[in-house]
Design a binder for this molecule. Structure first.
Ligand code: URA
Length: 267
């Protein structure tokens, strides 16, 4: 394999969500007879497991006495948090989203709660999952540069994601996963209490603003985001920085949206 081919192969793995090697040579652990357990001793199940694409394990339902919040709906649980630290601690014990089992850790927020602007993305990627803060990978670095272009940095904004655990291979969170986490991001927005909510990408815009058309059409549009506590926030849909990395020609649209944000903030 020449260096160009090797680089192309590496890029392919990265795009598929494989970001670090755990061994120097590939090894099929399913076929490893020395590993005890039902998979190595049941060839029929082994075959099924190998054929299945990697997805998060299904969420375990709570039973009384097993989980602190068993039986309490996520909405009630999230609504009962009166500050962000409590909301975060509730998420740490929340078992209704299967992504929690495949993620390394909860990625709750970055920046300053109480900032005038809150950015909400889709879900953490590999770098965020390792570091525990949203938007710290390549897309996050572009977000930092976008903020800088309007005289802001992350200490002057608040940043979170609709889903706070990394989906395996950076896939889009399923509707079920998004719905399980929705009460928490909604409460997080209320408690962070920004003047302006910026939804980065189609996922956040669809989930929080009910956007039905594509993000390339919806971007740059102002919406009214209604909090459950009755307040209404100004909300802007923008292109996701990860999309801008893939489609740099769209950066001019993002720039137009940043200018609109600046006008709204009068900074
Ligand atoms: N993309 C997101 O939507 N959120 C992150 O935190 C990182 C990448």
């Amino acid at each position: 394999m020449d260096p160009d081919q090797a680089a192309a192969a590496l890029r392919w793995w990265l795009e598929a969500g494989v970001e670090f090697a755990v061994d120097e040579t590939p090894r099929n652990h399913f076929a490893d007879a020395s590993v005890p357990g039902p998979l190595s001793s049941r060839p029929d199940q082994l075959q099924k497991a190998q054929a299945k694409p990697p997805t998060a394990a299904p969420a375990r339902r709570g039973v009384d006495g097993e989980q602190p919040f068993a039986g309490i709906a996520a909405r009630e649980l999230a609504a009962s948090a009166t500050d962000l630290a409590t909301l975060r601690s509730y998420l740490e014990t929340f078992e209704e989203c299967g992504l929690k089992r495949t993620a390394t850790q909860l990625v709750f927020a970055d920046g300053a709660p109480g900032s005038r602007v809150m950015f909400v993305g889709e879900a953490p990627g590999g770098d965020e999952d390792r570091i525990g803060r949203p938007f710290v990978g390549r897309a996050g670095q572009l977000l930092d540069r976008m903020l800088k272009s309007i005289g802001l940095d992350r200490s002057q904004v608040y940043i979170a994601n609709v889903v706070p655990w990394r989906p395996p291979g950076n896939r889009t969170p399923t509707l079920q996963e998004t719905q399980a986490c929705l009460p928490f991001i909604k409460r997080q927005i209320e408690l962070a209490s920004p003047e302006i909510l910026v939804c980065l990408g189609a996922s956040a815009a669809q989930t929080l603003l009910g956007v039905r058309e594509g993000i390339t059409r919806a971007r740059g549009t102002w919406f009214a985001y209604r909090c459950d506590d009755g307040r209404t926030l100004r909300a802007l849909a923008m292109l996701h920085p990860a999309y801008l990395l893939r489609q740099p020609g769209q950066k001019r649209q993002a720039w137009a949206d940043l200018r609109a944000l600046v006008r709204e903030l009068r900074i």
